[in-house]
Design a protein around this ligand. Sequence first.
Ligand SMILES: Nc1ncnc2c1ncn2[C@@H]1O[C@H](COP(=O)(O)OP(=O)(O)O)[C@@H](O)[C@H]1O
Ligand SMILES: [Mg+2]
Length: 250
Amino acid sequence: MAKKIVVTSGKGGVGKTTVTANLGVQLAKNGCRVIVCDLDFGLNNIDVVLGVENLATFDVVDAVEGRCRPKQALVRHPRYPTLYSLASNRISERYISPQAVRLILDSLSPQFDFILIDCPAGIDEGFHRAVACAEEALLVTTPHISAMRDAARVADMLKSYRLQRVGLVVNMVRGDLVRKGELLRPEEISETLHVPLACVVPEEDKIFLDNVADRYRAFRSLAEFYVCGKPNTEFRRKSFFGGLLCALRR
Ligand SMILES: Nc1ncnc2c1ncn2[C@@H]1O[C@H](COP(=O)(O)OP(=O)(O)O)[C@@H](O)[C@H]1O
Ligand SMILES: [Mg+2]
């Protein structure tokens, strides 16, 4: 059975889709069978980020409403053969229940190792639908105060779901600003939000050009965290030596 992980944040634009897509790619590269499921109805874009936007005939709503079988809505990634995309629908006004989506994901679950769910921004119906389908969550925030405030609200809301584990992804971290004390350290963010740190993703110029790429080491470590339970300590090591350098320079 697949482990279902929802990637959520509260605030939009903090990197949920980027994290979902890149984690999907890295898990597939580890040999896992993965579905990346877009539940951001209306503002869906994971197919674009994965570069499969022209390959889908059906989407998750077609499967829910019986126009296709769940498997027919999956698009196999041309580059990563164990990675599948389950596209979302542009129509946002129709009510799709969490139970209906969960039935579709449950029917696909036996043939997969992971189902990653890209959650919409906000804390309304779409959030509930996405989280109610999952067993675990990744909470994404940036080190900026507005994102952290929304993440705190979401962290609180996640407590009312029966999730097995919630991990924190701090995205768009600039090590130079952290070292200067201008941004909170990821560990401090984790302590403030009471959510254990799963991954720290540096701010990259090139994510704007290549949405998914092998060189993003943080996502490789995040995949290892799920495959073999190895936590991502890379950033901590860097910040330790960074801190040592700063102390020596003083
Ligand atoms: N670590 C990062 N460094 C630089 N740009 C990033 C990073 N993570 C995400 N982005 C960019 O930020 C924008 C918003 O990311 P996205 O994943 O779409 O956020 P969300 O799904 O939360 O709305 C995208 O243009 C994406 O390429
Ligand atoms: Mg998104």
